[in-house]
Each structure stands twice: as structure tokens, then as C-alpha cells.
Ligand binder design. Structure first.
Ligand code: 28G
Length: 356
């Protein structure tokens, strides 16, 4: 065969965007642990949190009032929200819809600014495209602009184009995915772990209704398989729960809230007759178990406020020393929650907030 005889069998249809998709998907499937921590029980649950986090982001942006999570008998997970719906318009950089871009490009729509408050931290924040790459099947349905739109994927690759299915009212996103058993092994879910996280999310986002309904658990014979959380009291309700069964020193938790330069700060606290402190701190709904600047600031502000008041009221005489930090936290149950546009998580486990 002479050079030039070789027939072209097709036109080159791979765009830069396609290559990026393949690279992203293959990288994720080759080393899933790099993206979701592990491929065991924790990693499997991480997939669900990743998708639910996106719905909670939409709630923090002020557009979503409810999230419904279902676990079907075959291990398929569905997550539905009533937010604005993932945009379906053409994304100029990739030549694909925004939806397909978000679902197939690593970090597309990621938590790196321009997105408002985003649940992120630790191993979170890798995005829906990672869940897609690690799902044997995925289907995304969006209600938006007067229509129902849908697209399907297999192990992160689009099965077809985004389709305009039918006229539809309302807005929201429905994501249906089946974690890949080639990666995770047999699918097995823990109702208590899932519901605990959803409960925490509901406390941290007052008025947000989160429901979990799991025919999977029902079929496996678990006693608990559905639950709904909605707390009008937000983190004050959280503190009431922490103080349940304890002798409280005042009937209602104290609650303070302030927004400073796009940073929302909330604290709820209530003293009980015990001696230990229990303060839970969160940044963008991530439990900052190693504390950080927000916790340090809260503690010193509390001590200062108590001392100022004690001096003013002459509970502390001029020759008496200030209350120590430890004094001010005796019997304290508190929940501190900050929401920032660009949270900086530090430390080995990324559970310490570093923002000034
Ligand atoms: C049901 C499963 C989990 C989501 C939205 C809504 C928007 C969005 C999601 O945008 C692309 C990149 C940054 C703006 C944003 C809709 C703005 C206007 C959205 C979800 C566009 C992503 N209208 N709801 N993504 N951004 N729910 N639930 O995933 O610039 S993801």
C-alpha cells in the first residue's frame, strides 16, 4: 500500500472538550481514591453526599427548599431538588450544554469561586462528574425554561445528547445514578450514617426540608427506612437536641446572626448545669472538627462579652480577675456555623478553617 492510498473512514469528530472528558473520566476510574477517598463503604456514601451537597448549594444560594433522596431496591440512588435546575444552554467553551459540561468535565461548576456558598471541604467538592464517572448508569433530568430535559450517561460517557423531553412546569434537578459495582462491589448502604448527615444539613440550613426514603433498607429488613428533617429553628434546634435530657440554665438557646462582607455567621448556644463544653463548628456545612478561626473568634468573643457584662453589672469587683475562657465555657452547648464564598480548609484532614 502506497502512502496516500489509505482511505479515511470518518471525519475527526473529537474536540478538545471530548478529550478533556475522556481524560477526566479515565483518571477518576483509574484512581477513584484520589477523588472520593476510598472505594469502600465510605467512598460509596461519599457519592451520595457529593450529589446532595449540590442540592444544598442550591439551597444556600436561596433557590431550593427541598431535597428528596431515594435508594431503590437495586442500589440506584435518586436525588431531587426544587432549585433552578442545572442550566441547559450551550456552554461556549466546550460546545456542549452546561449540563453535559458539569456532568462530564472534572471540576466544571466546581467550588472554586463564582458559585456562591458551596458545601466543600475535606474530600468533598469533587463534583458531579466524579460521581458520573463512577456510576454504571446515570440520568439527569432538569425542569427549566418550560421543559423537561434529560441526558443519560454510562460510566461517565454521554449515551446521547441532552434531550428536550416534553413541556413541563416548575424547576429543579433530578439525578439518578447507580454506583458502579465494578468499583464499589455489592452496593450496601447505612441508613443511620446517611440520615445523620441529612439531619445535620437540615439543622444548618433552616427551613430546608430533606427526606430520605429507602426501599433498599426496607427490603433488607431494616426497621428504619424513611425520614424527613426540617427545622424552622435551624442551629437553635440543633443546640436544643444537644441539650436534650440535660438540665438547662435558661429555657431557650441564645442565637446571634450577622453577615459581614458575604460571610454569614450564626451561633446558637445554651448553658446546662454540667461542666463540660460541647461546641460544634461548621464552615459551609462541613463539620470543622479541628476548629479554626471561626471557633477561636467565637470563644474569645463569648469570654469578652461575659466579662464586659460582668464588669458593667458589678458582678466582678474591681479587684477581681476576669473570667477565664474555660470559665465562660463551663456547661456550654453551642453550634457555630459560618458560610463563606471561598472557605480555606487546612490541616491533614482539611477540617480546620483558616480564613481570617
Ligand atoms: C438533584 C441532584 C442534586 C443543582 C443547580 C443550579 C444551577 C447550577 C446546579 O449551575 C453551573 C456554574 C457557575 C452558573 C446556577 C441554575 C445558576 C443559574 C444554576 C443539583 C452556572 C451550575 N441557574 N442545581 N448547578 N453554574 N442541583 N442537585 O445538582 O455559573 S446543580
Amino acid at each position: 500500500m502506497v502512502e496516500g492510498d489509505r482511505k479515511k473512514v470518518g471525519v475527526e469528530t473529537y474536540s478538545a472538550g471530548d478529550i478533556q472528558v475522556l481524560e477526566g473520566r479515565e483518571a477518576v476510574r483509574r484512581r477513584p481514591g484520589m477523588y472520593i477517598g476510598s472505594t469502600d463503604y465510605r467512598g460509596l456514601h461519599h457519592l451520595i453526599y457529593e450529589i446532595v451537597d449540590n442540592a444544598v448549594d442550591e439551597a444556600m444560594a436561596g433557590y431550593c427548599t427541598g431535597v428528596q433522596i431515594n435508594i431503590l431496591s437495586d442500589g440506584t440512588v435518586t436525588v431531587q431538588d426544587d432549585g433552578r435546575g442545572i442550566p441547559v444552554d450551550l456552554h461556549p467553551a466546550t460546545g456542549k450544554s452546561a449540563l453535559e459540561t458539569v456532568m462530564t468535565t472534572l471540576h466544571a461548576g466546581g467550588k472554586f469561586g463564582g458559585k456562591g456558598y458551596a458545601v466543600s471541604g475535606g474530600l468533598h467538592g469533587v463534583g458531579a462528574s466524579v460521581v458520573n464517572a463512577l456510576s454504571s448508569e446515570m440520568r439527569v433530568e432538569v425542569r427549566r425554561d418550560g421543559h423537561l430535559w434529560a441526558q443519560e450517561f454510562r460510566r461517565g460517557l454521554a449515551l446521547g445528547d441532552l434531550e428536550q423531553v416534553e413541556p413541563a412546569s416548575g424547576t429543579g434537578t433530578l439525578t439518578i445514578f447507580k454506583p458502579d459495582e465494578e468499583i464499589f462491589g455489592p452496593l450496601s448502604y447505612g441508613f443511620d450514617d446517611l440520615s445523620q448527615r441529612f439531619k445535620e444539613m437540615a439543622y444548618l440550613n433552616k427551613g430546608l426540608k430533606i427526606s430520605i426514603n429507602s426501599p433498599w433498607h426496607q427490603e433488607q429488613g431494616f426497621p428504619q427506612w424513611r425520614q424527613t428533617y426540617e427545622f424552622e429553628g435551624g442551629i437553635s434546634s440543633f443546640v436544643e437536641q444537644l441539650n436534650q435530657g440535660k438540665e438547662t440554665l435558661h429555657p431557650q438557646p441564645l442565637y446571634v446572626q450577622k453577615t459581614v462582607e458575604n460571610t454569614i455567621i450564626e451561633a446558637a448556644f445554651q448553658y446546662n448545669s454540667g461542666f463540660s463544653e460541647n461546641t460544634l463548628s461548621f464552615a459551609n456545612c462541613i463539620n470543622t472538627t479541628d476548629g479554626g478561626t471561626h471557633l477561636t473568634g467565637f470563644r474569645s468573643a463569648l469570654t469578652r462579652a461575659l466579662n464586659d457584662y460582668a464588669r458593667k453589672q458589678k458582678f466582678l469587683k474591681e479587684d477581681q480577675a476576669n473570667l477565664s475562657g474555660e470559665d465562660s465555657r463551663e456547661g456550654l452547648n453551642a453550634v457555630l456555623s459560618v458560610k463563606l464564598i471561598d472557605p480555606q480548609f487546612e490541616g491533614q484532614t482539611k477540617t480546620k478553617l483558616g480564613n481570617a
